[in-house]
Ligand binder design. Structure first.
Ligand SMILES: O=c1[nH]c(=O)c2[nH]c(=O)[nH]c2[nH]1
Length: 286
């Protein structure tokens, strides 16, 4: 039977880097998790055990630390591009690099004191290939938001297994995972991040929701129409259900005041919102 090698990539996953910039008595902190995958002419290592084309994943990890020392970290999108370009430019067998970074936020408490800022995580995904094509996707995850009213869900399809009561007033809560694709030059990834995050929050807070799907579209639309340089937003919104507790056994009413915050199962609403003339995504999301 004829067998051949299919798609493959390799790299160091989850290099945890904490970088302290000592600016006199005032220190600055970056806390990131870097994962990379390299691909290219890797037939020999798989088929014959010839490792000549393989830059060890251990070296990749060392490069992350060395680059932090030499160039600093800065915006994660820029750090990821520096790493991706380095591997494609310096290793003849490497034709494509994929670098994914998560950044954990620390809020300043003093000149050298910090407190972890909630659960929210900033993310990026960068691809760079030997033809000089670079794609940049920025994002965030675990941004937890909740509206205590302004959310309805009724008029849905019904069959013999439907028991969900329609509602015109419910709690709407989710942990936002959002990723947005840049097309063209984004002058400042820091500014862009703040703008998109705010657009997502504004749309969540100010949309009178008839479904989480409608809220998802409003969030993506707000980001695309108000933030320069992004052409597509992908969102994943778990519906963190809040069920009003039946307090009638205790002779108590419950007018949407006491809820059971259910953990699982949860509805998972996912979708992409694009500028109508968005260019082809190529390998950006891979
Ligand atoms: O906003 C919602 N969308 C759904 O698709 C759905 N399904 C469900 O049971 N509750 C909800 N809520």
């Amino acid at each position: 039977m004829a067998v051949k090698l299919g798609a493959n990539r390799y790299g160091k996953a989850e290099t945890r880097l904490v970088h302290v910039v000592r600016d006199g008595p005032v220190h600055h902190l970056k806390d990131v998790n870097v994962s990379m995958s390299l691909s290219g002419d890797m037939e020999a290592v798989h088929l014959t055990g010839d490792n000549a084309a393989v830059l060890p994943t251990d070296t990749q990890k060392n490069t992350v630390y060395a680059f932090a020392r030499k160039h600093g970290v800065g915006q994660i999108e820029a750090f990821a591009q520096r790493l991706a370009r380095h591997f494609v430019a310096s290793q003849p067998a490497v034709r494509h690099a994929r670098v994914e970074i998560e950044e954990y936020a620390w809020r300043r408490q003093g000149p050298h004191s910090f407190v972890r800022d909630g659960t929210e995580v900033r993310t990026c995904l960068v691809h760079h290939d030997e033809d000089g094509r670079t794609t940049v996707v920025s994002g965030l995850k675990d941004l937890v938001v909740l509206n205590t009213t302004g959310s309805e869900f009724h008029g849905y399809a019904v069959d013999e297994y439907t028991t969900l009561p329609p509602t015109t007033d419910r709690v709407l809560a989710t942990a936002v995972t959002a990723r947005w694709r840049h097309d063209g030059d984004t002058p400042s990834y820091a500014t862009s991040y703040g703008q998109v995050r705010q657009a997502l929050l504004d749309a969540f807070a100010h949309t009178h929701s008839r479904s989480l799907q409608q809220t998802l579209y409003a969030m993506g639309e707000r980001a695309i129409t108000t933030c320069e340089g992004i052409c597509e937003v992908r969102l994943a919104l778990p519906n963190k259900h809040h069920f009003a507790v039946d307090l009638s056994p205790f002779g108590l009413d419950n007018d949407n005041e006491v809820f059971h915050a259910a953990d699982r199962p949860y509805g998972l609403i996912e979708g992409s919102v694009l500028r109508a003339d968005a260019p082809d995504a190529g390998f950006a999301w891979e």
